[in-house]
Write a new protein. Structure first.
Length: 317
């Protein structure tokens, strides 16, 4: 099959379209004819050779963990979906990629909400899984009166976390650069500039203390977040590996070896069907322009996800 691949580590230009063997659905998996696949920071790190997984990566490698498409093979034991269903989901993280191809094997998935574009669906799964896990860890319960601060709110994970937190009833402060404030407000967050001095800017909004805080950016704000939240136990980071040394929980989920069990995809899809959740897509590139997609995904300002359209690899679409 045709796929986006790289056969050496390096800059985005190492990406190309090549021929690789087709994958097949194993037990508990489905294979999809891929329409779209998300581009995530983990894909950029793997391609650059900056990931701890570098040595275990077989080359050529197919980047991408999130995808959407139409099921064309169902593995043993899969009862909830059948060939022909439109779904979105993510590959098995142990494979570290494989979504940006004509066919991809999904380890977890849900029905694609009819109101979502294929671009939204292909970009959704890891952001939803990560945001759901983080909000659960922070104890953001439905209908609870809480003020959550999300640092790094305009990116792929942050823009999803804002919406899922608002849907649970939280008041959300979302950090971003000034040019992203309108975007953050459109998601339901009260925008605040990111960077040093965050606590003063939050206080200037008339908010003496927030509880809790989520660090999505990993940009060195943990001490300020701990001070604002009144303690390290009220802060979770998804990206700052100094967190545990500061008493802050670092949640790595599926990338840290935890199972994909409670991924939140159905819940987010239900919310989407009710009109309460969109997946912000910043840019879409065809497979033949995968290098441009990786360059765009690395550059600010980020307002949601960068997506690859793989339909050009599939002759019958
Ligand atoms: N632990 C997990 O399970 C897990 C899962 C998925 C992702 N991650 C990690 O989480 C991080 C975010 O992922 P993503 O997909 O959301 O990335 P992304 O789309 O690149 O977004 C990064 C966000 O951080 C913002 N940012 C940049 N500098 C900042 C600063 N100094 N202070 C606050 N915010 C700043 C960016 O805003 P501008 O673009 O406007 O500068 C952007 O909104 C990555 O490190 C990723 O590897 C972890």
């Amino acid at each position: 099959m045709r796929a986006v691949t790289f056969d050496r580590f390096g800059p985005p230009e190492v990406l190309g379209v090549g021929s690789v063997p087709e994958p097949h659905a194993g037990p508990g998996e489905v294979r999809i004819a891929v329409r779209t696949a998300g581009v995530a920071p983990v894909d950029l790190a793997l391609r650059a050779g900056d990931s701890p997984s570098r040595d275990s990566l077989a080359l050529p490698h197919i980047p991408g963990v999130d995808a959407a498409g139409v099921i064309d093979e169902v593995g043993a034991g899969v009862m909830d979906h059948a060939v022909g269903d439109e779904v979105f989901g993510a590959v098995d993280v142990a494979r570290l990629g494989g979504a940006s191809a004509r066919f991809a094997v999904l380890a977890f998935w849900a029905a694609k909400p009819a109101g979502w574009s294929w671009q939204e669906a292909g970009a959704a799964a890891t952001g939803v899984e990560t945001a759901t896990r983080a909000l659960d860890l922070l104890g953001i319960a439905d209908g609870q009166d809480t003020t959550l601060l999300i640092d790094g709110a305009s990116g792929g994970v942050g823009s999803i976390a804002v919406q899922l937190a608002v849907a649970r009833g939280a008041r959300v402060l979302g950090t971003g650069r000034p040019g992203s404030h309108d975007f953050l407000a459109s998601l339901g967050a009260t925008p605040v500039d990111y960077g040093p001095g965050l606590a003063e800017r939050v206080h200037a909004l008339g908010i003496p203390r927030i509880d809790p805080a989520l660090d999505v950016a990993g940009a060195g704000s943990l001490d300020e977040l701990v001070a604002l939240a009144g303690g390290s136990e009220s802060v979770v980071t998804l990206a700052d590996f100094t967190g545990p040394a500061r008493g802050v929980r670092l949640s790595l989920g599926r990338y840290g070896g935890q199972p994909d069990g409670c991924h939140g995809l159905e819940r987010a899809a239900d919310l989407a069907v009710r009109g309460g959740f969109r997946v912000p897509v910043q840019a879409v590139f065809p497979a033949c322009r995968a290098a441009e997609a990786h360059t765009a995904a690395a550059a600010g300002p980020r307002r949601g996800k960068t997506v690859l359209d793989l339909t050009g690899l599939t002759p019958h679409i």
